[in-house]
Design a protein around this ligand. Structure first.
Ligand code: FAD
Length: 435
């Protein structure tokens, strides 16, 4: 069955005339930030919408093999029946496992494990010429394996992934620690990371004087459970509570109504619409009406990864130059020096931990380009950003950060005629409406 789907996708690729780029047609919504002129809306499509099956769950070896279009909500539902969950579960229900690898996903176990891709052991990749490659960290396609992450589908189509699972319990108990300064907050992140006294860690920064660290433990029993799928907003609860209990699936998807940019944001709006309008529905609307989105000074929805030693400097700068709260914060361990970043980048970086600061829903002043200012600040501090949002890098600057040699080496194997576009062109030009 899976093989037939792969053959059908390969046949579409082989039949596609050279010279015009393609994008993927998935079953669900894309969690890229919707952009008004994104050229992918005009591309010919390779239909991968039937890659939605979980192929196997092996409870003994704690491994799962699934097609790339499986969503995390379906995956958690299936693996929990075996008392297991994926090691890294991104917080929005309909993010897919293929999208998590190709587009960079993180969550509150990232302080131990890095990204979802760091828990993967094998990818099946369909190349632009319709060949199938099995890539593992220890076979002849090791570089293909390492480079698939964050390449936004420009190095081939992920068809099937095998990844690790961990034992889970039915509930998560949350404790909230509040700090008045970023230095104290950073120390607490480092302390909990060193002690490994928790299963989950993320945080909400409510203001420059209120930093909340959300610490989670799997537990067997809960005296009560909260739910944030309708009227109550999870991030708001962290400002007033000191403790909470959620069922494990509700914990994983606690931000599904929006992380810090919850819509509708009024209580009455949520009463009327909140039950039906989660992140999936809003993103579907954004895609449908993308032409109506502003091209000038678009709202900032952006994840930036700051080396933890520079967190105070970055937060002080952000508060002075681009004050916006609340911010979501996800500590992220340097588990592997990723091949997709330039060697020089890793050489200058002493830190073993990043802190992802998610700036979601920041309005820009007219005429300002906050995206660009943040890119420049990141370069100064040795930070990086994911490419799901608006990107303003020049080509030279881009390839001083991303690894052109490794990228080119894989591209020659998986997409020699550049059917999927190159990474810079796809994320910094085509996504921004430029050829
Ligand atoms: C508002 C918003 C909130 C977010 N919140 C979170 C969050 O809480 N936690 C988190 O971890 N992340 C979050 N993200 C980021 C999200 O994890 C990434 O955008 C991720 O790539 C989305 O996965 P997707 O399945 O929707 O992939 P898509 O958006 O459909 O695709 C992402 C990229 O990967 C490529 N791709 C998709 N599938 C494949 C495949 N099978 N083979 C090859 N390439 C493929 C696509 O072409 C595209 O370039 C958020 C993003 C937005 C816009």
């Amino acid at each position: 069955m899976h093989e037939q789907k792969v053959q059908r996708i390969a046949a579409q690729l082989k039949a596609h005339p050279p010279g015009s780029p393609v994008s993927l047609r998935k079953a669900g919504v894309s969690h890229q930030v919707p952009k008004s002129g994104d050229l992918r809306h005009k591309d010919s499509k390779i239909d991968v919408s039937d890659l939605t099956s979980i192929i196997s769950i092996d409870p003994v070896n704690r491994l799962c093999t699934a097609e790339s279009g499986v969503t995390f909500v379906d995956l958690v539902d299936a693996t929990l029946k075996h008392g297991l969950v994926p090691i890294v579960v991104p917080e929005l229900k309909t993010i897919t496992i293929g999208g998590a690898v190709a587009g960079c996903s993180i969550e509150s176990m990232s302080f131990i494990h890095g990204g979802f891709h760091d828990t993967c052991v094998e990818y099946e990749v369909i190349t632009a010429k319709g060949h199938v490659i099995i890539a593992r960290p220890d076979n002849e396609h090791a570089l293909v394996f390492q480079m698939m992450h964050g390449t936004f589908g420009t190095l081939g189509i992920l068809a099937k992934l095998t990844f690790k699972l961990v034992p889970a319990k039915p509930f998560v108990r949350l404790e909230y620690e509040t700090y008045a300064s970023v230095d104290a907050y950073r120390d607490a992140i480092e302390r909990h990371t060193a002690a490994r006294d928790i299963d989950f860690m993320d945080g909400i920064i409510h203001s420059s004087k209120r930093y909340v660290l959300c610490l989670g433990h799997f537990v067997d029993r809960a005296p009560y459970t909260s739910n944030y799928e309708w009227l109550k907003v999870y991030y708001e609860s962290t400002a007033t509570r000191t403790e909470d209990y959620l069922s494990t699936p509700d914990y994983f998807f606690r931000y599904d109504r929006g992380v810090t940019n919850v819509r509708p944001n009024s209580w009455i709006g949520r009463l009327l619409l909140g039950k039906f309008m989660a992140s999936t529905e809003w993103l579907a609307l954004g895609r449908k009406f993308h032409r109506l989105l502003p091209t000038e000074s678009p709202t900032v929805t952006l994840d930036v990864f700051i080396p933890i030693s520079k967190l105070t400097e970055f937060m002080t700068w952000l508060d002075r130059e681009l004050p916006h709260y609340p911010l979501w914060c996800v500590p992220y361990k340097r588990v592997h020096d990723y091949e997709w970043l330039h060697d020089a980048y890793w050489k200058q970086l002493p830190d073993q931990m990043f802190v992802d600061i998610a700036i979601y829903g920041m309005k820009q002043r007219k005429g300002d380009n906050a995206h660009r200012r943040i890119e420049e600040k990141l370069r100064e501090l040795g930070g990086i950003k994911t490419l799901i949002s608006h990107n303003y890098y020049s080509e030279t600057e881009f390839w001083q950060i991303w690894n052109a040699d490794n990228y080119g080496a894989v591209k020659r194997v998986t997409d020699p005629d550049n059917l999927f576009r190159d990474l810079f062109v796809k994320t910094c030009r085509a996504a921004m409406g430029m050829r």
